[in-house]
Design a binder for this molecule. Structure first.
Ligand SMILES: Cc1cc2nc3c(=O)[nH]c(=O)nc-3n(C[C@H](O)[C@H](O)[C@H](O)COP(=O)(O)OP(=O)(O)OC[C@H]3O[C@@H](n4cnc5c(N)ncnc54)[C@H](O)[C@@H]3O)c2cc1C
Length: 310
């Protein structure tokens, strides 16, 4: 149960130090799934310091908080979020220096890919078309076409909530694995990341980017809201292929449906609720287990699971 007085006190404290806040933010408008109720409070830090202060104040006032980037891998509950959503959208600086690109957590990943291309830096074109931010991509170790963000990370700067300090960690120490990173322990707020790229040819990079985007448009149901692949790959299996072979394309619960175009995607056909999506995901998991004895794990993150409770 949300302590509304604590939320109001938090809002006043954030206001007092000039951090922009908003009451009652509709999460459906901030997730690519277009699903989710209202977050009681939202904060929009514009500097790393403000991001740190926001988390510290949430902790001080005992208000749960959740960090949200592009909301492209998120499912928010129908009854919203009883706490403060910290949006990273204003932490969006991108700076190119030699073969390195330093980007704020809220910088759109596609903007970093474009900056790399402009600077003739190769390595990131696989990420062209992955929606969301640098912070979300690092947290998820987003990947496509056999490459992952973690392969290109020189270092990540984050705020450690438990230790109450800012830390810079090298890419090797980020615990990157398939859709995994140390940031998933929910005690770290990613502030920025440094990418280390290689020299490349501008036109060749552009053509790779366009090729990847073309493939996405061909294969993915981009005309419907979704959060990308609903499930992770199971070891030794292509999950989308299993779902397809199990005859689950088109399976529908309420407004949520297994895409006819790409069985790995759950789409919002209109009016889908978080409950619909969760029920559909459970049905898929049950069928895949019963038919193939394969357990498939959600790739989509639930906002409630990403929250820090103080
Ligand atoms: C059409 C479509 C295609 C997609 N294609 C791909 C693909 O090819 N490959 C792939 O890997 N993914 C893909 N995705 C999923 C998604 O885009 C990625 O996982 C993306 O990296 C998520 O970034 P985000 O900023 O939107 O994160 P969000 O959805 O906002 O958040 C995801 C998680 O990261 C956490 N987080 C975000 N920012 C921070 C931060 N600064 N500090 C700490 N935690 C943070 C959140 O709390 C949450 O737990 C796709 C999604 C869609 C809708």
């Amino acid at each position: 149960m949300v302590d509304i007085e604590a939320v109001h006190a938090l809002r006043d404290a954030l206001n007092a130090i000039g951090i922009r806040v908003a009451d009652g933010v509709c999460m459906a408008q901030h997730t690519t799934f277009r699903i989710g109720g209202t977050a009681v409070l939202a904060a929009y830090p514009v500097t790393d310091r403000e991001a740190e202060q926001t988390v510290c104040l949430c902790k001080q006032y005992g208000v749960a908080c959740a960090v949200v980037g592009g909301g492209s891998n998120l499912l928010c509950a129908d009854d919203g979020f009883c706490g403060c959503v910290i949006f990273t959208s204003e932490l969006r600086n991108i700076c190119v220096s030699g073969k390195q690109i330093t980007a704020g957590a809220g910088a759109p990943l596609v903007s970093v890919v474009r900056a790399a291309q402009k600077a003739s830096l190769a390595g990131l074109s696989f990420a062209y078309g992955i929606p969301g931010t640098v912070g979300g991509a690092v947290y998820m170790n987003a990947g496509a076409y056999g490459t992952e963000i973690g392969n290109l990370i020189e270092s990540v700067c984050y705020y450690d909530i438990d230790q109450a300090c800012t830390v810079t960690v090298s890419g090797e120490k980020c615990g990157f694995g398939y859709r995994e990173s140390i940031f998933q322990d929910q005690s770290k707020v990613i502030l920025s990341a440094v990418f280390l790229l290689t020299d490349g040819d501008q036109e060749a990079i552009r053509s790779e980017m366009e090729d990847h985007l073309f493939q996405r448009r061909q294969k993915q149901p981009l005309d419907f809201p979704s959060a990308g692949s609903a499930f992770k790959r199971a070891p030794g299996h292509y999950t989308a292929q299993l779902i397809d072979e199990a005859g689950l394309k088109g399976l529908t619960v309420g407004g949520a449906q297994v895409s006819e175009k790409h069985a790995g995607f759950i789409i919002n056909r209109g009016g889908a609720t978080a409950q619909d999506v969760r029920a559909l995901m459970e049905q898929i998991q049950t069928v895949i287990w019963e038919k193939y004895r394969v357990r498939i794990e959600a790739e989509i993150r639930y906002l409630s699971d990403c929250a820090l409770h103080f």
